[in-house]
Write a protein that binds this ligand. Structure first.
Ligand SMILES: *Cc1c(COP(=O)(O)O)cnc(C)c1O
Length: 454
């Protein structure tokens, strides 16, 4: 029998995260204070994030950051996650490529997000913080943080984008099950929410607005800090457990990837699967290709510009140097596949600029078609986000079929789709459509961000 699944014993769970900032040839540009435009120090982030995360955010010195033992213990409840050779998908495609996927859907939260949620909840607890607040769009991050805070005895308040709150009741129930308090956003509980609701009482919310509300609660409430599930450097750092395990597992399989693929929202799961392999490109000149798969309806890497921009809609965050569509960007509401954030993480943006990674944009229908083929071949229903990575993988595998090359492709299965079956329904019913942003929209949404950079 051919070996399909590669696992590591608990003792092999990584003991340190990889801080790629420390080995990047060009370091990320500094974050800027929104009013003074002066570079920020980690102390400037302390009012918002816990100290450990603030320090990790701007750490460009230490290559390895130890994983606290209590976090490793929590990791051990679902890690090491399986690395799987997708023989059945290869067969369905008739490709000579060797396709592997790292299965992050086995975590209690159903996605990779728990890898950072546990770290953030642990540090908050260590620093005597009693409450973490955050925003959630589709609800995956909220679910992960709800569980992680429960593990470390912290209260969790989640601002959930109103449209998701109404349309995705099961994610809300998951957060409630883990014990979080959930407020639909925009809400009247914050200045940011009130401003939006007085302009438009029927506003259905956005991730940007929910971020503003959560940050406002954190800076105005003693003992409360903010936690973010993507984009930021410390989140990408925590996710490197994925690739560090995958590196050892690929070695067990006797292979090394020619291509590494991850779907891309703000960049955390892509960082997680990529950075450990990318370090060998940076340090030893290896030639692995790294492909970020983003939705055609929110194409920050393929159609965005490298600018300083706010991380949120209300302009409360520091200015971040990143590939962005503009903080005013509103993704089309017909897009069901997640990954709707307007910008890319700072580290990733610099790596993209320096040619260490590539990006492709994937239409909605292609992503679901790919996800369905994967489900029928491998028996796992992927999250709509993950379907983008699968689509990019299939494209590369089909190129191998044309050229006859047996390349080794590794992708990250960032989560399962059990709570996203309504998106699958809309695909099967034929309601789902493709949508690409028009050039006029790109220019229009970017206007105020371009103005910030003048
Ligand atoms: C949140 C999420 C993503 C996108 O976020 P990244 O930070 O880009 O990884 C992708 N897949 C799943 C399953 C998610 O929950």
């Amino acid at each position: 029998m051919k070996q399909k699944k590669f696992l590591l014993p608990e003792s092999e769970i990584p003991t340190a995260w990889l801080n790629i900032q420390a080995i990047m040839p060009n370091k990320p540009l500094p974050f800027l204070h929104p009013a003074t435009k002066q570079p920020l120090k980690s102390q400037d982030l302390y009012p918002i994030f816990c100290k450990a995360c603030s320090d990790q955010e701007l750490n460009q010195k230490d290559v390895w950051i130890p994983i606290p033992e209590k976090v490793r213990e929590e990791y051990a409840s679902y890690r090491c996650t399986p690395l799987v050779r997708a023989y059945e998908l290869e067969k369905a495609l008739g490709t000579p490529a060797h396709i592997y996927f790292k299965n992050e859907s086995v975590s209690p939260a159903g996605s990779h997000k728990l890898n950072s949620a546990l770290a953030q909840a642990y540090y908050a607890h260590e620093e005597g913080i009693t409450n973490l607040t955050t925003e959630t769009g589709a609800g995956q991050w909220g679910g992960a943080l709800s569980y992680a805070t429960k593990k470390f005895g912290i209260d969790c308040a989640v601002y959930m984008v109103k449209v998701s709150y109404e349309q995705k009741p099961y994610r809300r129930s998951i957060m409630q099950t883990f014990g979080a308090a959930i407020t639909p956003s925009p809400s009247m509980s914050t200045r940011a929410g009130k401003d939006i609701l007085t302009k438009n009482p029927n506003d259905k919310g956005s991730l940007g607005c929910a971020i503003s509300e959560a940050i406002e609660l954190a800076v105005t409430t003693p003992g409360c800090k903010y936690a973010l599930g993507s984009v930021l450097n410390h989140v990408c750092l925590h996710q490197t457990v994925i690739g560090l395990e995958a590196e050892k597992q690929m070695a067990l399989a006797g292979e090394y990837p020619d291509i590494v693929i991850g779907c891309f929202g703000g960049g955390s799961n892509f960082s997680g699967i990529s950075f450990p392999f990318m370090r060998h490109n940076i340090l030893e000149g290896k030639k692995t290709r790294f492909i970020a798969a983003e939705p055609a309806s929110c194409p920050k890497l393929t159609k965005g510009k490298f600018l300083y921009d706010f991380g949120d809609e209300a302009g409360k965050t520091p200015l971040l140097p990143m590939f962005t569509l503009g903080h005013d960007f509103k993704p089309s509401s017909i897009h069901a596949g997640g990954l709707r954030y307007h910008g890319a993480g700072v580290i990733l943006s610099q790596l993209m600029k320096d040619g260490f990674m590539e990006a492709v944009d994937i239409d909605q229908l292609e992503s679901f078609e790919s996800g369905v083929l994967f489900a029928r071949s491998e028996g796992i229903i992927p999250a709509p986000e993950s379907c983008h990575a699968i689509a990019a993988t299939i494209r590369e595998a089909l190129k191998c079929k044309e050229t006859g090359e047996a390349k080794t492709i590794l992708f990250n299965l960032s989560g399962h789709g059990f709570v996203d079956m309504s998106a699958y329904d809309s695909y099967f019913s034929g309601e789902m459509q493709n949508y690409s942003v028009t050039d006029e929209d790109l220019v229009r949404f970017r206007e105020s961000t371009e103005a910030l950079n003048r």
